[in-house]
Structures are given as C-alpha cells and as structure tokens.
Design a protein around this ligand. Sequence first.
Ligand code: ADE
Ligand code: ZN
Length: 326
Amino acid sequence: MSLDAYIAGLPKAELHLHIEGSLEPELMFELARRNKVAIPFDSVEAVRAAYDFSNLQDFLDIYYAGARVLLTEEDFHDLALAYFRRAAADNVRHAEIFFDPQTHTDRGVPFGVVAEGLLAGMKRAERELGVTSKLILCFLRHLDEHAAFDTLHQAEPWLDRIEGVGLDSSEIGHPPSKFQRIFERAGQMGLKRVAHAGEEGPPEYVSEALDLLHIDRMDHGNRSMEDEALIERLAASQMTLTVCPLSNLKLCVVKDLKDHPVPEMLRRGLHVTLNSDDPAYFGGYMNDNYRRLAEAVGLTREQVTRMAKNSFEGSFLSGGERAARI
Ligand code: ADE
Ligand code: ZN
C-alpha cells in the first residue's frame, strides 16, 4: 500500500481547525448572495487568487473580511456541516473546532446565533457522518482583556457545550501575559485552555503560555525549536503540539515544506499532531497536510502512525470516548 493510501485510511482527530477558516469561496459566494452582503470579488477564482500571503496579518485581514458573509444560525450550521463532510472524507473521526465569537459579535451577530448554528452543525455531523466534535471559544488577542471578559460573559448560557478557550489572531505584540486573568477565570470555570504560541512569536511567548496561561495543549509551537530548554520541557511534559504544515507554508513561517520542523520535533520526542488550521485559505485539509509534509520531508509510516495516535491522545475525549473513535 502506498503511504498516501495508508494516510487516507488512518483514523485521525483534528485539533487545530478554525471553523471560519473552512469557509470555501463557493460557500462564501452562496452566503453573500443569500444574505445580500457585498464582497469585493467577481468570481470564486478571483477569491482564490487573492490568497497569497506574506505573513499571518496578511491572511487575517482577508479571513476577517470573508467572515462578514456569516450572519444567521443557518449560515453557521452550513459552514460547520461543510467542514465535517470534508473532514469525514479524510477519515477524521473527531474534531475540536475553534470559533472566533468576537469576529461576529463585533458586527452585531449575537453570540447565541453563532453558538447555536455551530452546535446544530456539530450534532448533525455526529448523527449523519459519525464524526464527533467539541467547540473551543477563541479570544482574539489583538483585542483587550476587557473584551475577552465580555465575551466569556456572553458565552455563559452555552458553557456546558463549550469545551474550552483558546487564544488566536495577531501574535506578535500580544503576548500570552495580556490574557493571564481571563485564562485563570476560564480554568476556575472548568474550561480547558489552549493557545496559539510560537507561530510567529518568540519562544518566550511559548513559555508564557505554559507558565501564565496553564495551557492543556499548544497550537503551533514551531518557534519552541529555537530554545533547547523549552524543547526538553515540552518533551518531558508530553505537551501536545497542534502543528499545521500547509498553514506554515502559506504564512511563510517556513520557506519550504522541506524545512519544516516536524521531523526534528519527532526526533526530540515531542507530542506532535498534524492539522489543517484554515484549510479553505491554505490549500489543503487533513490528509493533504500529512501527504504533502510526508512527501517533502520523507516521513515514515511509523511517524505518520505516531502523529495520528497523538491526535486522539491529545484530544479532550475521555479514555472511553477515545477508544470508541479509533
Ligand atoms: N486565526 C485563524 N487562523 C489563525 C492562525 N493560524 N494563527 C492565529 N490566528 C488565527
Ligand atoms: Zn490557528
């Protein structure tokens, strides 16, 4: 069996997926028409042609603009279901998906519209596709602590159906320390905690995410590889890293997939998983990330199997639930 076919057949969990980043241009156009929202593109091809990014901020500007077509519960339901259908085709059995409520509430879309729509899509995906999922509320780190507290307050009626909180958006200039108190509060409320760290930001941000935010899982973590003591710490604690190769390529975190740090991370004993981040913008879903990285750096079948196993071990499924997914 070829490695590609082996990858396709492996059960996998996706742990780093921004649901707004799964908005394909075709659905963007459909929702723009349905909601009578103007978008600055003439065609699906023109949208795809605009997806040429030099860094994270370049991408975020377009990603937030794209999200403007999402207005109703039905829109969020359709967005989620489209992602789960695509993920199921890649044999993703479980997904822990991020959403950015502030991107929507700041445009006047109520928190409940976003949450109810996504939760309905998640429920339907479990029923129709057998893909289970959990929801992670991300705070936008370019906004302030007060806005994050306000968002957590708005989320209160849905917190029994939200697994945890995360931290995303522009990393440089917005260190984890800015969100220490909201993460402390989320921990007291029994929520899991994850954060993007070391995508563009320095290793010090990774240490802060560990020491000040007390994260249960780290998103990206690439720049940890610049700090020997940090590598040893991450290996010793078996902290799960949700690494996103095609995202790293598109956002110029790596110049070439051949330079990707995953082989070195695995060699150093880090608990690495592969994920698609914002697949509609970065040109590939789960299996594309595995295949293209495998081709570029020469992953072995054992390494691929290890990362797929890590994805279930690093998930927030309980032991029993986990066994039922594999
Ligand atoms: N929001 C969506 N994708 C992101 C990424 N890769 N990094 C930070 N914030 C994001
Ligand atoms: Zn991300």
